[in-house]
Design a protein around this ligand. Structure first.
Ligand code: BG6
Length: 467
């Protein structure tokens, strides 16, 4: 019978810089995200940590004020029946500049309160160590992940939070969408947008070593923990059955699978070594690095919003730029208001692909529909489009489970409206919970339940049997 496992974790996923706000509070330092008020693809605006000058200039500075309102929000998640919430820790709350030797106690205390609140509602935290932000101090003074020293700074940060929260957090993720660095170097590895491929891959190498080192540290400090990687599941189809298109799709898929290959198998794959050779890229990879990489992840987590097509025709490939990837439109799919092509079956394909490749449990830690919502006169929000999107994708998750894929859980992206990553908009809403705030920052920040709130509650209560 097709069903979800009994221990399946149901919930939602958020990221510190997209929900917390309070971006200078209690000793927090400035991050790469604070320097990108217009989102991951927007220009860099260098700001200084002066409360009086800067207060609340960018939407993310307040975001949805989760920093102060999390008890109320977690109560709403609990009302939906969440058994899991994916959150991230803002590195800059713990080590404001990144290179300190002593952590910021006020930052640590905030996440203690957050994890205690989750525990009070029996919600399991799944914690991302680094979600699209790093201390700006490390970027300015050290050159971000381009500098080997950043590995040590990150390990110190990770060991600090593993030790502090060892009794409260057993599920961890290293870097959010680690493959994103290829498309947004500042967000991914703290390098300028115009960095060369060689510079970006060297920084990625340092990040992969850091990821492996903290996997080891996590197992040492919290033996019963599980720690996974996090990939942007950029499933690509060949636009046609021309052998050249099929090969192009293989290569495109490898451009992100490479990260998983290193994180799951503990070494660089041959196709990547060839890519480096062909492109004149010589990485500094030490024997100690090779040894460190052998600490592989326990499970694979990934985001999935859409699929794309590629062709060997380079010009066509550039025609459409989605979330992050250059791709050509798939004539068989419809798109969201933001041009993201909706492909529920692609999720089943992707899950089978990942399972066949690595045979490690999967965790779907992001999936959802960004859409404009209309608040009716009576205050209701009838987001049937969101229900349809999520329902159709979850049906495919169930199919994949029936195919034999091992799946730990599903956390939909943005269970409460938040500030989008790519363009820092709030009008692109993902939530089951509406937040009264617009792109200019107007609104009361009041929360209200959308129609999808009740649908998700029913889905969780039935362990997906209603889908
Ligand atoms: C993923 C990120 O790329 O997609 C999230 O991990 C992000 O941080 C999500 O919010 C959706 O993208 P966007 O641009 O619609 O917020």
């Amino acid at each position: 019978m097709k069903s979800f496992p009994k221990a399946f974790l149901w919930g939602g996923a958020i990221a510190a810089n997209q929900v917390e706000g309070a971006y200078l509070k209690h000793g927090k330092g400035l991050s790469t995200s604070d320097m990108q008020p217009h989102g991951v693809f927007g220009e860099v605006v260098e700001r200084v940590a002066d409360d009086n000058i800067l207060q609340d200039q960018a939407l993310k500075d307040v975001a949805i004020d989760f920093y102060h309102r999390f008890p109320q929000d977690i109560a709403l998640f609990a009302e939906m029946g969440f058994t899991c919430l994916r959150v991230s820790i803002a590195w800059t709350r713990i080590f404001p500049n990144g290179d300190e030797t002593t952590p910021n106690e006020e930052g640590l205390a905030f996440y203690d309160r957050l994890f205690d609140e989750l525990a009070a509602h029996n919600i399991t935290p799944l914690v991302t160590l680094s979600h699209y932000e790093m201390p700006w101090g490390l970027v300015k003074q050290y050159g971000g992940w381009g500098n080997r020293q950043t590995i040590d700074f990150f390990e110190r940060y990770a060991r600090t939070v593993f030790t502090r929260y060892q009794a409260k957090v057993k599920l961890w993720l290293t870097f959010n969408e680690i493959n994103m660095s290829l498309h947004a170097p500042l967000t991914g590895v703290g390098l300028p947008h115009d960095s060369s491929k060689a510079e970006v891959y060297q920084a990625i190498h340092h990040q992969l070593v850091a990821s492996a080192r903290v996997v080891k540290a996590c197992h040492e400090i919290i033996p019963e923990s599980k720690i996974g990687n996090m990939l942007l599941g950029g499933l690509m189809y060949p636009l046609s059955c021309k052998p050249a298109d099929v090969f192009e799709a293989l290569q495109e898929n490898r451009s992100w699978q490479f990260f998983g290959d290193v994180q799951c198998r503990g070494a660089y794959p041959g196709y990547m070594l060839r890519y480096f050779r062909d492109n004149g890229i010589e990485l500094e990879i030490t024997d100690t690095d090779r040894d460190a990489l052998k600490s592989t992840v326990d499970f694979i987590s990934f985001s999935y919003y859409m699929s794309g097509c590629v062709t060997a025709d380079k010009e066509l490939n550039e025609q459409l730029r989605g979330n992050i990837l250059s791709m050509v439109p798939n004539p068989h799919l419809v798109s969201s208001e933001w041009g993201w092509q909706i492909d529920p079956l692609g999720l089943r394909t992707l899950m089978n692909m990942l399972w066949d490749r690595w045979e490690k449990p999967l965790f779907i830690v992001e999936n959802g529909l960004g859409a404009k919502d209309k608040v009716e006169e009576d205050g209701s929000i009838n987001d049937d489009y969101r229900i349809d999107y999520l329902n159709d994708h979850l049906v495919q998750v169930r199919e994949a489970i029936d195919d034999g894929v091992e799946v730990m859980g599903y956390t939909s992206w943005g269970p409460i409206d938040l500030v989008s990553a790519s363009k820092a908009e709030i009008s692109k809403r993902y939530g089951f919970i509406y937040v009264d705030r617009d792109d200019k920052g107007n609104g009361t920040l009041a929360r209200s339940r959308k129609k999808s709130f009740f649908w998700y509650r029913e889905t969780i209560a039935n362990n997906g049997a209603n889908l």
